[in-house]
Design a protein. Structure first.
Length: 117
């Protein structure tokens, strides 16, 4: 069983905050395919390099992205560990709600007239 209390609350807050914005989720999705420069990340989002860089900074602060600087090129790569922690936290609650929904379904089926079962 996943112990959701093991995670540092500030870290989890930062991860969920970072993932709360659509542009940052799009950046994470791009980085799942491999490394990209900030410019490459900005292009499909139709935003300035400065705006994309700010989003990357939020992802960096959450530990989701690592940026390396090579001259003027800022290359970003995904750091999957915080995503795995968030997925584990969500999975704990998913099991809880699936159990509740299964119990509700069983109750409804038990109370339903014979022809509806």
């Amino acid at each position: 069983m996943f112990n959701h209390m093991v995670e540092d609350p500030a870290t989890m807050d930062a991860v969920f905050h970072a993932l709360a914005h659509g542009a940052r989720r799009a950046i994470v999705a791009q980085l799942a395919d491999g490394e990209h420069t900030v410019g490459e990340l900005a292009a499909p989002l139709t935003m300035s390099l400065a705006a994309a860089s700010k989003h990357v900074k939020v992802l960096e602060q959450a530990g989701l992205v690592r940026r390396t600087v090579d001259g003027r090129r800022h290359v970003c790569r995904l750091e999957p560990a915080p995503l795995a922690s968030a997925a584990g936290w969500l999975a704990f609650y998913e099991r809880h709600w699936l159990e509740r929904l299964d119990a509700l379904d069983a109750l409804i089926r038990h109370d339903a007239p014979e022809e509806e079962r």
